[in-house]
Every structure is written in C-alpha cells, then in structure tokens.
Design a protein around this ligand. Structure first.
Ligand SMILES: Nc1ncnc2c1ncn2[C@@H]1O[C@H](COP(=O)(O)OP(=O)(O)OP(=O)(O)O)[C@@H](O)[C@H]1O
Length: 264
C-alpha cells in the first residue's frame, strides 16, 4: 500500500536519510528504530508530504503521493505527532472529532456519526472520562492518548505514529501497543511507528526498519533485525536477548541490558 523507493530526505543542503526503500502493507505493524537525531521524524514528515523528498519516490496505492489531493491523502493517512500543547483550550471530544474532518464536507461540523466514531475511539483507549476536559488542562500522557484517539477516529489506512508511547505510563504503553497491533491484525490499517524501546518492537512489531548514524538502514523480521549486535553498534550498550516462556506457554523475546552495560 505504501511504497518508498530510493528516498532521500533532509533540510536545506543537509541530507539526513538517503536511498531508503521499504513497503508498508495494510495489516502490518512496522517499528522504526534508531538513535536520537538519526532522522525518524524527518522520514515521517517526508512521508506525510510536509517536507519535499530530495530524491526517490513515495507511492500510496500505486500513485505518487504528490498526485493525491490533500483531502484524499488526509483520509487515507493518519498521523500521531509527539504530544504538544495547542494554543486553544478545545474540549477533548472536539479534538478527537477533528480526526473526522477529512471525511465530512469542508465547512460542516462533525455529524452524529462522526461524534459516535470519536466517542468509540475515546472508549477504546479508556479515556471517556476526559471527553469534556480542556485539552490544555490534561497531562502530557493524557494528551498523547487523545492524539491517538483522534487518529483512530480518522480511520486511515496508514497510520504514522511518532513515539506514541513516550509520555505514557507502563500500563498505557502496553495497552496502546497491544491495541495498535490488534487494529493492524484486523487488516484495517498498516501502522508505522517509532519507539526507543527495542522491547516494543520485539513484542509487537511485524517487521522492523532500523536506522543507524552512518545512514545505513535495514528492514526485516524483528528477530532478524533487533539483535544484540545491532543494539551494541547503534546504542553502544551491551544487551542480552532472551526467549522466555510465558505462563500461558507462549514464547516472548525480551532484551535486557547486561550487568556491565553502562560501564565506561
Ligand atoms: N527543521 C529542521 N531544519 C534543519 N535540520 C533539522 C530540522 N529538524 C531536524 N533537523 C536535523 O535533522 C536530523 C534528524 O532529526 P530528526 O528529528 O528526524 O531525528 P529523530 O531520529 O526523529 O530524533 P529523536 O529520536 O531525537 O526524536 C537531526 O540532526 C536534526 O538536528
């Protein structure tokens, strides 16, 4: 569905990423891993058409994204930015209903159906009690959940999420990741998200796109890409990756730092 070919992105004269190629299918959860400043957000801005590519091509459903109208593109591609505080004190339910904007007519407000979809998104994330709260007066983690609800209400085919769990408590991190994986599994959406936790990738991703500081990248199955060697080269820390058997008998792969991981 999303096809990136030989993409180069950057700012002014500076190329941040080059010759990057990958696909994202509906039904997949692709985790984007890489150290600070390597170009994850830059890639997302380019995928979303906010930053012009410096080379290569991005196709959605076979057509270059530059040929899509902004409105049609907005219906198909959802974005969860890193949480921010907006200047206006919108009510949370209105912020979530804004996810429906691309589905309605340009000048009408949200319909009854739009309100229903927005309410369902709030309920899915367990934040119905925030519906009437002011978006400027809730916590950073709550804002993050509201932005995720807004993207779910949009019902896009491709969902781009920039560190969706960065402000969330342990329980909400697990819930959001499991929920995103569930939606991908239903075949309704393809999701690409950044995380700084290799465990999120190991537990939930279908595939991983790993970037490093030398502008190299690798895409593949999580177990192939997220290795002790990758974590050492990319983050400069020693880790051990272990398969553990859960009490229900299923296997899970986890990454733990070695005892000397932080040694100078
Ligand atoms: N608006 C901009 N103009 C010029 N350079 C920028 C701009 N935004 C980011 N950069 C530079 O591009 C590089 C990649 O930044 P980017 O925000 O994409 O990294 P990232 O991988 O998302 O980092 P993090 O994990 O810290 O969020 C950085 O060196 C950054 O300084």
């Amino acid at each position: 569905m999303l096809n990136v070919q030989a993409l180069a992105c950057g700012y002014g004269r500076r190329t941040v990423l080059e010759n990057l190629s990958f696909t994202l299918e509906v039904g997949e959860l692709l985790c984007l891993l890489g150290p600070n400043g390597v170009g994850k957000t830059t890639l997302f801005k380019t995928l979303l058409g906010l930053l012009p590519p410096r080379g290569g091509e991005i196709r959605l459903d076979g057509r270059p994204i530059r040929d899509w109208s902004r409105r049609r593109f907005a219906r198909l591609v959802g974005y969860v930015p890193q949480a921010h505080t907006p200047p206006f004190p919108f009510q949370v339910e209105d912020v979530v209903a804004m996810g429906r904007t691309a589905h309605g007519s340009l000048f009408s407000g949200p319909s009854q159906d739009d309100r229903k979809v927005a309410a369902e998104a709030l309920e899915t994330l367990g934040i119905t009690t925030l519906a009437k709260a002011s978006y400027t007066e809730i916590s950073g983690g709550e804002r993050q959940l509201v932005l995720i609800a807004r993207a779910l209400a949009q019902q896009p085919c491709i969902l781009v999420m920039d560190e969706p769990t960065s402000n969330l408590d342990y329980g909400n991190q697990l819930k959001v990741m499991a929920h995103v994986r569930r939606i991908a599994d239903t075949g309704r959406m393809g999701v690409i998200l950044t995380t700084h936790h290799p465990d999120h990738a190991l537990l939930h991703a279908s595939r991983v796109l790993a970037l490093d500081r030398e502008k190299h990248w690798r895409i593949g199955r999580t177990t192939e890409v997220v290795s002790e060697d990758y974590l050492r080269r990319t983050y400069g820390v020693e880790t051990e990756i272990h398969d553990i058997r859960r009490r229900d008998g299923r296997l899970a792969r986890l990454c733990v730092p070695t005892a000397t991981a932080w040694a100078p």
